[in-house]
Design a protein around this ligand. Structure first.
Ligand SMILES: Nc1nc2c(c(=O)[nH]1)N[C@H]1C(S)=C(S)[C@@H](COP(=O)(O)O)O[C@H]1N2
Ligand SMILES: [Mo]
Length: 423
């Protein structure tokens, strides 16, 4: 609730309450627990929910237990975000990384069982590949990179009128260190044909319906993006095997793009001769109107286009919002990220009337978030909002209000705001 201090759009009674009620009617138990943000489904006696359903939530919740201080938005599928002040680490620890699942956590991951795992690369390639985890590690250069991962819907809660979907405030972002091989190297080993247009990514997570024929999500990226050097096929996070819930044993990490491009539990990359058409590539999923629309507009599906790069953004991670601080000197810390590098971060203590430039560190590597710090001298004791605003190397900066309303509430990069009481 700390992204927009008035909380109107994030809290009960706000415009999104209507959407929550609608969800409640349509998806039942999972939505109910989302509404009250309590993971209670696993504690229900059997019989109070379909057994498979209660069990599913319980098993997935077991894989969630190591998380520290996250806000659970939904437990079937599990979706949880991190309060800004718990993202203060320069490298996001696994227990503080948000979770965005569209389906269930697969059984093999729950058991941390990677036996027989292979990655298939096929489609518009000269030579289809079937690579074991050992082959991936021995046949390609292994690299470790700190890469920012952010859900395309981060900030959705602040759109007015509200958009359906997880009501992410500011915490569907993190920047762990990933170890793996370059997606580019693996694609080049298969030999990408001239006909290649897009990738299509496939994982093993079961669909919520239990129907084995259905995939919860299968997204892809333009082939040019896939052939840049930054995207990784990763098996480790912060030096440890991927946690079950984050894609064990293998996932993509595609920085600069919506998190949905970073397929977890990855088994197959199919190079396509057209824009990939897997589940959640079409309709309103991860798509934006092709032209600016007035808030609340019903945009025809045919006018929606795939969302690609993520916009420049910043997050104040210290102090925590609603902090009471002694004295009038305030030390501020946070991170900023963009599709590429961030050029500057500014902070304001007077609702954007004046801005001061923060100290900004260079990224650990391309697409790692950058740390900023600033000392703000407040004029007198009282209530303040501290705002942060990042600007990328192309001069694009964060708006002070929600940008570009769209039906599903993607791409909200408004300035981050926290409140403090000083003196
Ligand atoms: N197989 C699979 N991959 C997935 C998803 C999913 O539901 N299934 N969710 C995607 C979305 S929308 C996001 S934002 C990121 C979240 O990654 P995380 O849960 O590890 O933080 O994973 C992406 N990869
Ligand atoms: Mo996402």
């Amino acid at each position: 609730m700390d992204g927009n201090f008035t909380d109107d759009t994030a809290g009960a009674g706000g415009p999104n309450d209507r959407d929550r009620r609608r969800f409640l009617r349509t998806t039942g138990l999972a939505a109910l627990s989302a509404t009250v943000a309590v993971p209670f489904a696993r504690f229900l006696p059997e019989g109070m929910a379909p057994i498979g359903m209660a069990h599913a939530a319980g098993a997935d919740m077991d894989a969630y237990q190591f998380k520290d201080g996250l806000t659970l938005l939904n437990d079937r599928p599990i979706n949880a975000e991190t309060p800004a002040h718990l993202l203060d680490d320069k490298v996001t620890p696994a227990n503080r990384l948000f979770i965005r699942n569209n389906g269930r956590v697969p059984e093999h991951a729950l058991a941390m069982d990677a036996s027989g795992w292979t990655l298939t690369v096929d489609g518009e390639v000269d030579q289809a590949l079937d690579l074991t985890l050992d082959q991936l590690e021995s046949d390609f250069e292994v690299i470790t990179r700190q890469l920012t991962l952010e859900c395309g819907g981060n900030g959705r809660a602040f759109f007015v009128p509200g958009a359906s979907g997880n009501q992410w405030t500011t915490g569907a972002v993190g920047c762990p260190e990933w170890t793996g091989v370059r997606l580019r190297d693996v694609l080049n080993a298969a030999g990408v044909r001239d006909t290649a247009v897009y990738t299509g990514h496939f994982g093993t997570d079961p669909h919520l319906s239990g129907d084995p024929e259905k995939l919860p999500i299968s997204r892809g990226i333009p082939i040019a993006k896939a052939l840049e050097e930054d995207a990784l096929i990763a098996w480790a996070m912060n030096g440890e095997p991927l946690p079950a819930i984050h894609g064990f044993p293998l996932r993509l990490v595609v920085p600069g793009y919506p998190g949905s491009a970073s397929q977890k539990w990855l088994t197959r990359i199919r190079v396509r001769d057209q824009v990939h058409d897997g589940p959640k590539m079409g309709g309103y999923s991860y798509r934006l109107p092709a032209y600016p629309v007035a808030p609340g507009t019903e945009v025809p599906e045919s006018d929606m286009v795939v969302m690609e790069t993520m916009p420049v953004k910043s997050l104040i991670t210290s102090p925590a919002t609603r902090a009471q601080v002694d004295g009038l000197t305030l030390d501020i810390r946070g991170h900023a990220w963009a599709d590429g590098d961030v050029a500057a971060v500014h902070v304001s203590h007077d609702f954007g009337q004046t801005w001061a430039e923060a100290n900004l560190e260079a990224p650990a590597n391309r697409y790692a978030w950058q740390h900023f710090s600033a000392t703000v001298d407040l004029p007198q004791a009282g209530y303040y909002e501290i705002w942060s605003r990042a600007t990328d190397t192309q001069g694009r900066t964060q708006p002070v209000t929600t940008p570009g309303w769209n039906p599903r509430g993607y791409g909200n990069n408004m300035v981050h705001r926290i409140a403090v009481l000083a003196g």
